[in-house]
Design a protein. Structure first.
Length: 661
């Protein structure tokens, strides 16, 4: 986890040697260099010095990583020692060994998330993170939006989805950019992998209507549409094919998923940061959910909203130049990406061979290996996405990510990667191995309790350890709640104190129910991968509500069967210890079907909206870029007595666009 100091100059951050000829000095334009007309991607003179790494105030990055490593190792060691002491009260047997092995696999991910949240909350409340974490995106003092000298392609990727809502979001972005007077510096490109001819025809019609709105702009700023005959290489292959013919036409590109939406002020500010910091290859924004009518989406994004804030800040503090890339709503330097981030096709057949399904994390570590920094903006801006409307849609997306992450094993041994980059790849793998380990650990602990292997004192100590781990797992959410509670006026942005606190309690309860559901479907899928089970990239349900009980029962049959079987065995055994150990796990399994159907029901969404439950700040103060794409039904509860101060501060555009605050 240790990396180079951030004050190294003219050295390759990968391994502290002189930068190669194709490193940043030749791949990026000179910051602030004038451009005339419609320039191609900037080409700096060969004698331009290598850009300095981003310099942050406070502790050196190497020391930060040492602190985080020490905190995590000490915590994991202490928890492991406690677990081993509990398990070895009457000697260790095979079941104890399984429980301990599962504990060791699941605990590091929980501990890291906890420390990220603690560090992030401390920085937000007591630090100066705009200097120590993200000086490249610091406040601009409310001055007018910057005037970019570069050109940026806004790329949206489509595959078999209804085009109307997608182009509605693109139109909102077009209007937002047009209002700044700087739209000629941007070009939309719609990159389609749609295979359904009817959807493709609708896409083309929607694009033609959209393109007509750009008639007054220069030819080079008018949108492009390109549809491939197949989706070889998935989204990464689509991007690679586009860059093969257009990499010289832009300085940056901004990838957008079909559910993405960004305000012009945020985009311009990111462009300004990239122009001023040529060493940054990828600048990732913190993406938040848009107001939704789906009860499940509202519940999910409410928890993510305050949970991600402190977690991302803490992670950015020590990840620094090895930040995350999530594949969308990020600004990417075009020529370095084209030169250095082409992903190999893995040997063997899918699902573990062939093209890599989860491309983003690998592209980030490749960009870092090439000498460019990957940075995240750990504060909320106007960078949005929609979230899956039902648990079953969330499951489909999650399993696609799972399959992609399981293809990462060969990249652990890729040459030239930074230690932090290797750790990030390992972390991405363990993120999906951990649920399987947790499931096996829980079943082994229940089996041991069923056999009468735990005395009451051992059970009491085990429950105390479980409670500790449970609180640590909730640390990002709890830190976010603490941030809201200690920020003046912040609860009003979430609908007021009563709505916010009720939503917190309900969301935490829902998270407890969802965890075992996820653990089972991930575990079943991982086993299936060994036998060739696979998922692909296809159209997604972004807004259709409702899941019949029959459909939920079919999809969640493994959860239901396991829950009923385990509950029956434990009740027949009469083992109170086994029931106690299994109760947190059993509740989610037994309620999986009704929970899925309930949270997907349109009536549940309407009820939570009417009551103002799981509200997010944009429902209190609607940003201009969202007004044409968010249904009024998504904020039907709104009755603010006065403009919430904290919400205004949180949601304002960092730069003034066309006189709008």
């Amino acid at each position: 986890m240790f990396g180079p100091p951030t004050d190294a100059v003219a050295m390759d951050p990968t391994n502290a040697r002189p930068l190669p000829a194709d490193a940043p000095r030749n791949d990026v334009p000179t910051p602030g260099a004038p451009t005339a007309g419609v320039p191609a991607a900037g080409v700096a003179a060969t004698n331009v010095p290598a850009p300095r790494p981003v310099v942050t105030a406070g502790l050196p990055v190497r020391l930060r990583r040492g602190i985080v490593l020490s905190l995590n190792l000490a915590t994991i060691g202490g928890l492991a020692a406690a677990a081993l002491a509990i398990l070895s009260d009457d000697g260790l047997d095979a079941l104890d060994a399984v429980v301990f092995a599962g504990f060791l696999l699941t605990t590091p991910f929980t501990v890291l998330g906890c420390w990220n949240a603690v560090i992030g909350l401390a920085l937000i409340r007591f630090g100066r993170p705009e200097r120590s974490v993200y000086p490249y995106f610091a406040e601009t003092g409310g001055r007018a939006a910057p005037s970019p000298t570069s050109r940026t392609d806004l790329l949206v990727f489509l595959r078999n989805e209804a085009p109307e809502p997608i182009f509605a979001r693109l139109e909102a972005m077009r209007r937002s950019l047009a209002a700044t007077g700087k739209a000629e510096r941007f070009r939309f490109a719609v990159l389609s992998d749609t295979s359904d001819p009817l959807v493709a025809a609708a896409e083309r019609c929607a694009f033609d209507r959209f393109a007509h709105l750009f008639a007054s702009l220069p030819e080079a700023s008018r949108p492009l549409y390109r549809r491939r005959a197949d989706n070889t290489g998935y989204k990464a292959g689509n991007l690679r094919d586009f860059l093969a013919g257009h990499a010289e036409e832009s300085d940056f590109f901004l990838p957008l998923d079909s559910d993405s939406l960004m305000g012009a002020g945020t985009i311009l500010r990111m462009v300004e940061a990239m122009e001023a910091n040529p060493q940054i290859g990828i600048l990732q924004s913190l993406v938040v959910g848009m107001p939704a009518t789906s009860g499940f989406a509202r519940l999910f994004q409410f928890g993510m909203r305050h949970g991600m804030r402190s977690f991302t800040m803490g992670s950015a503090w020590w990840n620094a130049d090895c930040g995350p890339y999530w594949g969308h709503n990020a600004l990417v330097r075009t020529r370095p990406f084209h030169a250095h981030c082409d992903l190999p096709v893995l040997s063997g057949k899918p699902p573990l061979g062939g093209p890599v399904l989860s491309h983003d994390q690998l592209e980030a570590v490749y960009m870092r290996r090439a000498g460019f920094e990957v940075r995240v903006v750990p504060v909320e801006t106007r960078s949005f996405e929609t979230n899956p409307p039902t648990l079953l849609e969330f499951k489909k997306r999650d399993l696609r990510w799972c399959q992609g992450n399981m293809q990462y094993f060969p990249f652990l041994f890729e040459k030239g990667l930074q230690p932090v980059s290797r750790f990030q790849i390992l972390q991405a793998i363990l993120m999906y191995v951990a649920p399987l380990a947790w499931l096996i650990m829980t079943l082994a602990a229940a089996a041991k309790a069923l056999a009468g292997g735990y005395d009451p004192a051992t059970v009491e100590r085990g429950l105390a350890l479980f409670a500790t781990l449970f609180i640590m797992a909730l640390a990002p959410k709890l830190a976010g709640v603490a941030d809201v509670l200690t920020t003046r006026g912040a609860m009003r942005a979430y609908g007021g104190a009563s709505r916010f606190l009720a939503s917190v309690v309900l969301e935490l309860a829902a998270a407890m129910l969802i965890a075992p559901i996820v653990a089972v479907y991930v575990s079943v899928f991982l086993v299936g991968l060994c036998f060739g089970r696979r998922v692909g990239w296809n159209g997604q349900n972004r807004d259709r509500l409702g899941v019949p009980l029959s459909a939920a029962a079919r999809a969640l049959a493994p959860q239901t069967a396991l829950g009923l079987s385990l509950t029956g065995v434990l009740l027949l055994s009469g083992s109170g210890a086994a029931v106690l150990l299994g109760l947190p796990f059993l509740a989610g399994l037994l309620l999986a079907v009704p929970f899925t159907a309930l949270t997907a029901a349109p009536a549940f969404g309407r009820l939570t909206t009417w009551l103002g439950l799981f509200a997010i700040p944009e429902e209190t103060i609607m940003p201009p870029v969202l007004r044409s794409v968010v249904s009024p039904a998504a904020r039907r509860w709104r009755r603010p007595a006065r403009r919430p101060v904290a919400a205004a501060k949180e949601l304002r555009e960092a730069d003034v666009s066309a006189g709008r605050p």
